[in-house]
Design a protein around this ligand. Structure first.
Ligand code: PLP
Length: 396
């Protein structure tokens, strides 16, 4: 039986799939059913930060799974594995973040933050940015400005205002004493690796303080060393203390897990029954996340990512020089990289041709291709990937 056909006829598809089914992976490589290897420069959309089947993760899974996976409603009881993770994470979080709640997906972390911001401030207005992606729940969809689908589910949450990303003057114009929160990514990921001015976050923070609004920083894609810092907000100096810092993706290296950390001020205003969830903070997820974060910290992966990121970006810039009629711009911070085509219609055929040649990339709307390899990717794999990109560009 053909696995791909069976799945397509029975499953629901919300995107243009590649006609591929992967059976296993190791490091930066995944293999399809026929045994063909592919370099995975998607890392499952920026998730498998230690690569595939890393022993640190497989060991943590089997060790914790043989003890306990889920307690009677994980949040209802205490958990040694959660306690250990909270202590470890505290050392990696920006100063001033007092407490953390773990959940299961990035959207859930943002959804809870938006909900709690409304409760704490007693206000409704939320400010987000054009091109932002914060998730697909109703709350997070309302602050996600997807140019293709933005009106599909109207009416969305009322009192949501969008301003151009990186434009602090536009933010000054809309923030007021009715604003519950501003939500922003330090670098827009799904928006195509858009990098704001370096003082953007600190200026938003100042505005939030002036108007009594809460500051939500979405580090779901940028966190856990992806950009060469543990959190990307570190690029904006030491004084950034969001009221909510939301985390996901790399937090547990591929296991569905997420969380949000809150400032002291917010932590004091959280009350019984404000939030919850059956699997939130489950012991298995906590143990895996502990193993991943511990590996990132002990091996100083952030600095390695900076070096590898420079190397990849330098190679991408060389490709731009080689194919100036094809590539409009190259951008990147750490191992969060992208390039734009002049011709936006190239995105899908280019993605397919790369896959054919053994390289998986992340196609993004508006003619953007993102490269999000795992954080342990070798120089040899980067060279191989760049060679494939060049070959496919030559044929495009
Ligand atoms: C910045 C950002 N926030 C939130 C999300 C949503 O996370 P999840 O898909 O885990 O719900 C994503 C996912 O791509 C993201 O990139």
């Amino acid at each position: 039986m053909n696995t791909i056909d069976t799945e397509n006829s029975l499953g629901i598809t919300f995107c243009d799939r590649l006609e591929l089914a992967f059976t296993h992976g190791e490091g930066s490589t995944v293999w399809d059913e026929s045994g063909k290897p592919y370099l995975d420069f998607t890392s499952g959309w920026g998730v498998t930060c230690l690569g595939h089947s890393h022993p640190v993760i497989t060991h943590a899974i089997s060790k914790q799974a043989s003890k306990i996976i889920q307690s009677p409603n994980a949040g209802f009881t205490y958990s040694p594995s959660r306690a250990a993770l909270l202590t470890l994470l505290k050392g990696a979080l920006p100063t001033g973040l007092a407490k953390t709640y773990f959940c299961n997906s990035g959207a859930e972390a943002n959804d809870a933050s938006l909900k709690l911001a409304r409760k704490i401030t007693g206000r409704k207005k939320i400010i987000s940015t054009l091109g932002a992606f914060h998730g697909r729940t109703f709350n997070t969809l309302s602050v996600t400005r997807d140019t293709v689908n933005s009106d599909r589910y109207t009416p969305k949450q009322a009192d949501t205002v969008f301003v151009p990303f990186g434009d602090i003057t536009a933010m000054v114009d809309v923030i007021d004493n009715q604003t519950a929160a501003v939500i922003v990514e330090p670098i827009q990921g799904e928006g195509g690796v858009q990098i704001p001015p370096v003082d953007y976050l600190s200026q938003i923070q100042t505005l939030c303080h002036q108007h009594g609004a809460l500051f939500i920083v979405d580090e779901i894609q940028t966190g856990f060393c992806r950009t060469g810092k543990f959190f990307a907000l570190e690029y904006s100096g030491e004084n950034i203390t969001p009221d909510f810092l939301t985390m996901g993706k790399g937090i547990a290296g591929g296991f569905p897990f997420a969380g949000f950390a809150v400032s002291e001020k917010v932590s004091l205003l959280l009350e019984k029954d404000d939030h919850g969830g059956t699997y939130c903070g489950n012991p298995l997820g906590c143990a895996i996340s502990y193993a991943v974060i511990n590996h990132l910290v002990e091996n100083n992966i952030a600095d390695q990512v900076t070096e590898k990121g420079f190397y990849l970006q330098k190679n991408l810039s060389q490709l731009q020089n080689q194919f100036p009629e094809l590539i409009r711009e190259v951008r990147g911070v750490g191992l969060m990289c992208a390039f734009d085509f002049f011709d936006q219609s190239l995105t899908r055929p280019f993605t397919l041709a790369c896959a054919d040649a053994g390289l998986l990339v992340v196609p993004t709307r508006n003619g953007i291709i993102r490269l999000l390899p795992d954080l342990l990717v070798t120089q040899e794999s980067i060279d191989k990937a760049v060679k494939i990109l060049a070959e496919v560009m030559r044929e495009s």
